[in-house]
Design a protein around this ligand. Structure first.
Ligand code: HEC
Length: 157
C-alpha cells in the first residue's frame, strides 16, 4: 500500500513532464513539408545540434550558423541541391521521409524570413536522390560560391 502511494506520487510529475515535452509548439504546428514537427525536433536534437547547436547558431570555427541564414541557400542557383548533399544531411542515418521532414523543419525553424514564397518543400524522393551524391572535398568551394551569391538576393523574393 505504501509502495503504491509512493509510485503514484512519483509517476504524476513524470507524466506531466513527458506530456509537455511531447507537445508540438504552436509555431511548428503547420510547417510546409513537415508532417511531424515533434519527430523533426527530436531528430535535430539527436543528429544535428551537436554541431549546429540547439538554437542553430553554430560556431565561428567549423560549423556554420543556420539561424537567420540557412534558407538563403534556397535563393541561389544550386543551393537547393547543396542542402540535400552536404555530408551532415546526406549521410545521416535517417530514412528519406524523416530526413525530408527534418530538412523542411530546419529551414522554417531557423530561417523563416529567407524561405522563398514559392518554396516547394523537399519530398522524400528528392532528398533520396540528392543524398545519393554527397559532397566531398569540393563542398567548401561550392559553399563559398553559393554564399557569394547571397549578397545579390534580399530576403523573400
Ligand atoms: C559533424 C558536424 C555536423 C553535423 C552532425 C551536421 N552538420 Fe550540417 N553542416 C556542418 C558543416 C561543417 C557544414 C558546412 C558544409 C560542410 O563543410 O559540410 C554544414 C552545412 C549544413 C547545411 C548547409 C548550410 C550551410 O551553411 O552550409 C545544412 C542545411 C545543414 N548542415 C543541416 C544539417 C542537418 C539537418 C543536420 C542533421 C541531420 C546536420 N546538418 C548535421 C556540420 C554538421
Amino acid at each position: 500500500m505504501t509502495f503504491g502511494r509512493l509510485a503514484l506520487v512519483t509517476a504524476a510529475p513524470l507524466g506531466l513532464a513527458l506530456a509537455a515535452s511531447a507537445a508540438v509548439r504552436a509555431d511548428e504546428a503547420a510547417i510546409p513539408g513537415v508532417r511531424d514537427a515533434y519527430q523533426a525536433r527530436t531528430d535535430y536534437q539527436l543528429k544535428c545540434q551537436g554541431c549546429h547547436r540547439p538554437d542553430g547558431s553554430g560556431d565561428d570555427r567549423s560549423n556554420p550558423p543556420m539561424k537567420g541564414t540557412v534558407a538563403r541557400f534556397l535563393t541561389v542557383l544550386g543551393g537547393r541541391e547543396f542542402i540535400g548533399r552536404v555530408p551532415g544531411v546526406a549521410t545521416v542515418d535517417l530514412p528519406d521521409d524523416r530526413l525530408a521532414n527534418l530538412v523542411n523543419w530546419t529551414l522554417f525553424r531557423f530561417d523563416p524570413a529567407h524561405v522563398p514564397q514559392d518554396f516547394q518543400p523537399y519530398t522524400a524522393e528528392e532528398i533520396g536522390r540528392l543524398r545519393q551524391n554527397p559532397l566531398r572535398l569540393e563542398r567548401a568551394a561550392t559553399r563559398a560560391r553559393l554564399v557569394a551569391g547571397f549578397a545579390k538576393t534580399h530576403g523573400r523574393q
